[in-house]
Design a protein around this ligand. Structure first.
Ligand SMILES: C[C@@H]1N[C@@H](C(=O)NCc2ccccc2)[C@H](O)[C@@H]1O
Length: 450
C-alpha cells in the first residue's frame, strides 16, 4: 500500500440512490456540438478524414482564427424540445452534453470566457434550454467538460518552468470558476464527464483533480464523476497507484469495449463506454462516406455487450450547425427506440449475469434474479447452448415479447439446450430464463427472489 493524498476516495461500487440511478439508466446519448459543426471537417477547401471536432488541430488553425467561427454560430433550427423527444423515443435515459470541448467554445454564457454563445448571433443559453427540455422529458443530464482548452493561453501541455506553473495555476482557477458556474446555473446536472485530461500538466497536478471532484460533490450532493478526470499523487490516471478506481465509474472505453471472456475484471466496478456511429467522428462531419457507418443492429450489439458486463453505453450524435440532426442519426435513434421498446426490460436496471459468454449473444440479469438471453446469432442447430454457474439450474424459459414457452433440455450437469422461437423474430431477440438457486450458492444470486 502506497500512502496517497489524492488517490481513490471510495472502495467498491457506490450504492447510494444517485449512483443506482446512473447504473440503472444504462443507455445514454452523447451530444457533441460546437463551432466544429460549422466547417464539418472541411477547411480551406480540404476535407480532413480525422475527427471533425479536432479539425482545428488537423488544419493547424490558430485559435483566434478558429474562434471567428463564432460570428457564424446561428443554429436557427435548434429546438431543445425536439432534441429531448428524439432522445426519449430512442429510449435513452440520460444525455451527456459537451458544455465545452477542446476548442474552448462554451454552450452556456460563461462569465469567465469571451468564447461563449452569448457572443454569437444566436446569443441564447443553449445549455440551459437543453437541460430544461431533457429534464422535462424525464431524461437525466450529464455534462461533458474538456479540461484541455485550446482557446485559453494559460493552458499548458506540460509544466517546464516557473512561468508555466504560474500560468497553469491561473488556468486551474479559471477551470474551477467555470465548474462552479455550471454547478450553480444547472443544479439538476447529475454527472460530470471530464475529458482532455491526459497531458503531463494534469498528471503533475493530481491534487487539483481530487479537489475538483470534491468541490463538485460538495456543491451537488450525489453527483457522479468519471475516472478520466483523476490523477493521483504520482500522476497515475483512472486507477490510483494502489490499483483502486478513482472517481465513481471507469471511463476509458471510448470506441472500444472489454472482451466478454478476457476482461471480466470490469464487472468489479461501475463503468461507462461511449461510441461513435462512424469509425471516429464525435462532432458533425459533412462526409460520412469516408468511414464505415455502424448499422442500428451493430449499435444495439454494443449497447447489449456493455450492459452484459455491468456497464453503461453512451451513443454519440453530432448535431449540424443549424441545430438539426442529420437524417442518418434520426433514423438510428428511431431504430434503437423501436428495439428498446420491445426488449428494454433486458437492458434497463440490468447487470452482469455471471454466465459464461456463448456465441449466440449475451446474458443480462434483472433485479429479481431473472436472466435474459439476448440472441444476436441464431445457430443452424436451432439450439442455444447455456452453461449455468454452479448451483444454478434453469426452471423455465419464454420469449420476452410473446411469453411463448421455450423448450429447455438439460444435456449434462449445468448445461442446457434452449430451443429457438418457433417463428424467427427476424431481429435480435430476448429469451427470459427463470432460474433456481441451490441452497448455499455463492455469487449474485444468493439473495435473488426466485
Ligand atoms: C469523447 C471523445 N474524446 C475526445 C478525444 O480527444 N479523443 C481522442 C483521444 C482519446 C484518448 C486519448 C487521447 C485522445 C473526442 O474528441 C471526443 O470528445
Amino acid at each position: 500500500e502506497i500512502y496517497l493524498k489524492y488517490g481513490a476516495t471510495n472502495e467498491g461500487k457506490r450504492q447510494d440512490s444517485a449512483m443506482q440511478k446512473f447504473r440503472d439508466n444504462r443507455l445514454g446519448v452523447f451530444i457533441h456540438w460546437g463551432l466544429y459543426a460549422i466547417p464539418g471537417g472541411e477547411w480551406n477547401g480540404k476535407v480532413y478524414a480525422g475527427a471533425a471536432e479536432w479539425l482545428k488541430s488537423w488544419a493547424k488553425v490558430p485559435s483566434n482564427e478558429w474562434m471567428q467561427l463564432m460570428s457564424q454560430w446561428n443554429p436557427t433550427k435548434f429546438d431543445a424540445k425536439k432534441w429531448a423527444v428524439m432522445a426519449k423515443e430512442m429510449g435513452a435515459k440520460y444525455v451527456k452534453i459537451t458544455t465545452k470541448h477542446h476548442e474552448g467554445f462554451c454552450l452556456w454564457p460563461s462569465k469567465y470566457s469571451k468564447y461563449t454563445v452569448a457572443s454569437t448571433p444566436y446569443k441564447r443559453d443553449l445549455l440551459g434550454e437543453m437541460v430544461k427540455a431533457y429534464n422535462e422529458e424525464g431524461i437525466d443530464v450529464h455534462f461533458y467538460f474538456s479540461v484541455m482548452d485550446w482557446s485559453n493561453s494559460d493552458y499548458r501541455y506540460d509544466i517546464k518552468s516557473q512561468e508555466d506553473s504560474i500560468a497553469f495555476s491561473r488556468f486551474l482557477e479559471f477551470t474551477d470558476n467555470q465548474l462552479k458556474e455550471l454547478a450553480a446555473r444547472y443544479p439538476t446536472v447529475k454527472d460530470f464527464w471530464f475529458d482532455g485530461t491526459w497531458d503531463a500538466s494534469i498528471k503533475k497536478n493530481g491534487w487539483w483533480t481530487a479537489h475538483a471532484e470534491q468541490m463538485l460533490k460538495e456543491l451537488l450532493p450525489g453527483v457522479t464523476i468519471n475516472s478520466r478526470l483523476r490523477a493521483d499523487d504520482k500522476g497515475k490516471r483512472h486507477f490510483d497507484s494502489n490499483g483502486r478506481l478513482m472517481g465513481d465509474y471507469e471511463s476509458g472505453y471510448e470506441r472500444r469495449l472489454p472482451d466478454p471472456v478476457q476482461d471480466l475484471k470490469v464487472t468489479q466496478w461501475d463503468w461507462e463506454a461511449c461510441m461513435t456511429v462512424p469509425e471516429n467522428q464525435w462532432g458533425y462531419h459533412k462526409d460520412w462516406s469516408l468511414s464505415y457507418i455502424k448499422t442500428p443492429f451493430e449499435v444495439i450489439d454494443r449497447i447489449v455487450h456493455a450492459v452484459s458486463m455491468g456497464g453503461n453505453m453512451v451513443v454519440n450524435f453530432g448535431p449540424q450547425a443549424d441545430g438539426d440532426f442529420r437524417p442518418e442519426e434520426k433514423a438510428l435513434a428511431t431504430a434503437i427506440g423501436k428495439w428498446m421498446q420491445c426488449y428494454g426490460k433486458a437492458i434497463y436496471a440490468c447487470d452482469y449475469a455471471e454466465f459464461d459468454k456463448q456465441d449466440w449473444g449475451y446474458y443480462t440479469r434483472g433485479k429479481n434474479g431473472e436472466v435474459y438471453m439476448i440472441v444476436f446469432n441464431q445457430p443452424y442447430s436451432e439450439r442455444l447452448i447455456v452453461k449455468t454457474p454452479k448451483g444454478i439450474s434453469i426452471e423455465q424459459a419464454s420469449l420476452l415479447t410473446t411469453n411463448e414457452n421455450i423448450v429447455v433440455v438439460e444435456t449434462t450437469r449445468n448445461e442446457y439446450n434452449v430451443s429457438v422461437p418457433q417463428k424467427n423474430p427476424g431481429e435480435p431477440y430476448v429469451i427470459q430464463l427463470k432460474i433456481r438457486v441451490a441452497e448455499g450458492t455463492k455469487g449474485v444470486y444468493k439473495d435473488a427472489l426466485t
